[in-house]
Each structure stands twice: as structure tokens, then as C-alpha cells.
Design a protein around this ligand. Structure first.
Ligand code: G6P
Length: 472
């Protein structure tokens, strides 16, 4: 069978740029996420990753990473402002997350979105071998499948949306809604996190474009575009191995001691984003402290909010509000040496994250809307001794799979408080049963299974997949 090559196209390259103490830039493979999922395949197939390296100006030339060619797409300062911060993160991001913040519509942003999508499509067309499989990722690049098909009709094109796809009532707000749908329909297979999203998309294809559609197939002229749900996951075995490492176990013990050896540690770990429900959670916690249901000496909350999209106005306002609220709660309920909330706004390495998961008796993941939420899955994978309790929002994609979590509606303050108390007071046997069931699920539905199921549906010649299954 002829070997197909693979091109992954994503807004970001799978590497982090971190500045070394001497000011030099270091490049390294990011742990977790897509790159781990595709790693076995990327190693064995001629593969290229097309993406942005962060920053503005001319695209740096990067070395191959594990044999994968890195094709850098440059962004100018205007592209960064109008494409990434503008159309992607101030129009589509809020619109796709139930408009929990007001989406902004600016014609200049749409022009930048088209321009940058065109640049990604051209870069991909230039590097893809004849008949290659191309897998385009996420909301930043929804026009790429259509643009790429025009340039290279020989390619097999997949698109996967990591975030929710909204119901027609919301999507219809978008001034350029038909162009966006047509862009996605350039793909052979469109993957979503949940079946509901595929349903929403099919409805819109009919309503906006007049196309015949079911929740599985859409007719576009002489082609059939397949759609479906492929819930993304994590490298479960890798997280379990990390969490079980002796140094991580020792670090978890140390962290608990540094937190004052409380009876209960609650952990929340989010990107600083208004979709994550951080404010609602803080309010619920503050009310539990005020009523005496939770006492500072017995229980601590560790809230990690990793800085994100810091130049976007809505994110700046959110950060100020959260930090003011944490200050208020600590001022009111903390004691000297015993804050009510340990607040950290910084990135952590994987081993430190695993240690935090190990120390958390309760993990509170309560987004207002979330495509999946991999933090919830990582917590479960890290609980190698089947202890701990997951408090999970019904509005996270992960809730469809992690049914044994303590599920809550984060808009319902009383429900949120009750859910948190139930998780804090869970009987060990019940908590153990729940955790075991969720861990079993994640061992069967890990990121390798996700990549395999999506790519086998996309590449029906099966030539990529023979390689993937032979490498696990
Ligand atoms: C979400 C999106 C990803 C994005 C990530 C981090 O998970 O689905 O595509 O990469 O947030 O956001 P950032 O803006 O830093 O890439």
C-alpha cells in the first residue's frame, strides 16, 4: 500500500518558546495534547506540522522535532491583533461558548481572518505530498479546508473543532456565517467533541446553505462531507506513570505539608478565561466560608489560573476582577499564615501539575461552557490509588463521559455549593467506586484511541492507520 504522508495544521506549532536566562530562545516539544496523540504516527510517517511559532515578524526556521518537519507560518503585528486576538478570540471564542461574554464583530477582523487562513492554506499546499492526509485543527482555521481544496483537490482533508459548536440561534449572529460554514465544508470529515455539535452544524448547513444534511452526512455539490463526534482525550498511561513517580509522590506530600496539612485540599486549575466559571466558583466558596460549612483551618482551596490571551480586553478585566475577589476572600476569612485561597497565576511544569493532582482531595472543574476540559481527565488519570472526588460542570464536554463525577450546573450557586460539599464529604468507598469507573473509561478512551478513530474515518485507504496500530 502506498504510504500517505500526514500534515497537521494548527494555529500553534507543537513547541513552546521559552526564553533562557541568557535571553536565547529554546524550543522544545510541549508535553500532552495533540502532539502526544499523534506522536507514534508522526514518527513513522513523513509528517509536517504547519503552525505559528508565537510572536510576530518573519517566521523563524525551526529544526525538525522527532523527525517531524516544522513549517512556520508568520504573523504580523496586525495579524496578531486582528486574527488571533480579534476574530479568533474576541469573536468566535465567546460566540462558541454560549456568548458568556459579548462577541465583537469588526469587518477588519474578518479580513485578517481570511488573510491568515489563506496563508495557512498556501503554506500547507506547498508542503503536502500528492494525496497526503491533512488534518486541520480548531476555530482559528475554519476557512482552511475550503481554501486548501481549491488549491489542492488531490488531498484528503480533515477538520477537527476542539471547542463547542453553538446552536443555530447563536451562530446566526455571525455576519460572515455562510463563508465560515463553506470553509469547514471543504473537509472530507468534520470532527466535533460532542454529537450535539455535529447536530448543530448539520442544521446550519441546511438553514444557511440549503444543503441536504443529517447528523452524519452533508451533501455538497458532488461530494459527501461526513461529520461526527470524536471526543478528544489525554495520554492516560503517561499521566498515571508521572503521577506515580516517587519524586512526584514526595512532592505531593511536601505540598500538603506546605499547605498546613489540612484535612481537605480542593484544587482548581484553569486557563484564566471567562468560560471557566472561576468567579462563580469563588462566590460559592466564599458563601460556604461565611456560613461555616467550610472552615479555613480544615480546608484549603488552591486556585491556579494560568495567564492566557493577556492582551485581549475581556481577559484583562477578568483577571482584575478575580484577583480583587481572591483578595477580598482572603482578607475576610484568612488568618495569619492560613489564607483561605492559595492563588497562583503562573504556568507549571507537568511534574508539578501531577503533584498538585495527587494532593487534591477534590478537583473542582466548573466551566460555564467547555469543548472538553482535559484538566478533568488528567486529574482522574493521576488518581492512581482511586481516591479523590471530581466536581464537574455539566457544560464541560467531559461530563458526557465522566458520568461518575459530582456533576453540577455552575450557574446554580446553591447547586454548586451542595455539589462541593458532597464531594468534600464523599464516603471513601463511594468515591473509590466512582474514580475507578472513570479511570477505566480513560484507559480505554485515551488520546491514542481518539487519533486512531478519527484518522481511520478520514483515511479510508487505511494506509496511515496500519502504521498507527502497529505502534500502539
Ligand atoms: C483552547 C483552544 C486551543 C488553544 C488553547 C490555548 O483549548 O481550543 O486551540 O490552543 O485554548 O489558547 P491559546 O490562545 O493560548 O492558543
Amino acid at each position: 500500500m502506498r504510504q500517505r504522508s500526514l500534515v497537521v495544521v494548527a494555529n500553534r506549532l507543537p513547541i513552546d518558546d521559552s526564553v533562557a536566562p541568557d535571553g536565547a530562545c529554546e524550543w522544545r516539544r510541549s508535553p500532552g495534547g495533540l502532539v502526544s496523540a499523534l506522536h507514534p504516527l508522526l514518527r513513522q510517517t513523513p509528517a509536517t506540522w504547519v503552525g505559528w511559532a508565537g510572536g510576530t515578524g518573519p517566521a523563524p526556521v525551526l529544526p525538525d522535532v522527532d523527525g517531524v518537519h516544522m513549517e512556520t507560518v508568520p504573523l504580523t503585528a496586525d495579524d496578531l491583533r486582528d486574527h488571533y486576538e480579534g476574530f479568533a478570540n474576541a469573536t468566535l471564542w465567546p460566540l462558541y461558548h454560549d456568548a458568556v461574554e459579548q462577541p465583537e464583530y469588526h469587518r477588519r477582523w474578518w479580513e485578517a481572518y481570511q488573510r491568515v487562513n489563506q496563508r495557512f492554506a498556501e503554506a500547507t499546499a506547498a508542503v503536502a505530498d500528492p494525496g497526503a492526509v491533512v488534518w486541520v485543527q480548531d476555530y482559528h482555521l475554519q476557512l482552511v479546508p475550503g481554501l486548501l481544496r481549491e488549491l489542492r483537490p488531490d488531498l484528503r482533508i480533515g477538520f477537527f473543532l476542539h471547542v463547542p459548536f453553538p446552536p443555530p440561534e447563536l451562530f446566526m449572529q455571525l455576519p460572515r456565517r455562510s463563508e465560515l460554514l463553506r470553509g469547514m465544508l471543504g473537509a472530507d470529515l468534520i470532527g466535533f467533541q460532542r454529537a450535539q455539535a455535529a447536530h448543530n452544524f448539520a442544521q446550519l448547513a441546511t438553514k444557511v446553505l440549503g444543503l441536504p444534511a443529517t447528523d452524519r452526512r452533508i451533501g455538497v455539490q458532488d461530494r459527501v462531507v461526513r461529520i461526527g463526534a470524536y471526543p478528544v482525550s489525554i495520554d492516560t498511561a503517561e499521566m498515571a506513570a508521572l503521577a506515580g513517580r516517587p519524586d512526584v509522590t514526595a512532592r505531593a506530600r511536601r505540598l500538603r505539608h506546605d499547605l498546613g496539612d489540612p484535612e481537605r485540599v480542593i484544587l482548581s486549575l484553569d486557563r484564566m478565561d471567562y468560560t471557566k466559571g472561576i468567579e462563580q466558583r469563588l462566590k460559592a466558596y466564599s458563601e460556604l466560608l461565611a456560613s461555616g460549612d467550610v472552615k479555613v483551618r480544615d480546608t484549603v482551596l488552591v486556585q491556579v489560573a494560568m495567564p492566557s490571551r493577556e492582551r485581549v480586553g475581556q481577559y484583562q478585566i477578568l483577571r482584575e476582577r478575580i484577583e480583587r475577589e481572591v483578595g477580598r476572600i482572603n482578607g475576610e476569612f484568612g488568618r495569619v499564615g492560613e489564607p483561605a485561597i492559595h492563588y497562583l497565576s503562573q504556568p507549571f511544569d507537568r511534574a508539578e501539575l501531577a503533584a498538585l493532582y495527587r494532593v487534591a482531595d477534590v478537583m473542582a472543574v466548573t466551566p460555564l461552557r467547555d469543548g472538553m476540559n482535559l484538566v478533568a481527565k488528567e486529574y482522574v488519570a493521576a488518581r492512581v490509588d482511586d481516591t479523590g472526588a471530581l466536581l464537574l460542570s455539566e457544560f464541560a464536554g467531559a461530563a458526557a463521559e465522566l458520568e461518575q463525577a459530582y456533576l453540577v450546573n455552575p450557574h446554580d450557586l446553591e447547586g454548586l455549593k451542595q455539589g462541593l460539599l458532597s464531594a468534600l464529604r464523599a464516603a471513601p468507598a463511594d468515591a473509590g467506586d466512582r474514580m475507578r469507573a472513570m479511570r477505566d473509561h480513560l484507559h480505554r478512551h485515551d488520546i491514542h484511541a481518539w487519533a486512531r478513530s478519527y484518522l481511520s474515518a478520514l483515511d479510508d485507504t487505511g494506509s496511515l492507520l496500519t502504521r498507527l496500530s502497529s505502534t500502539g
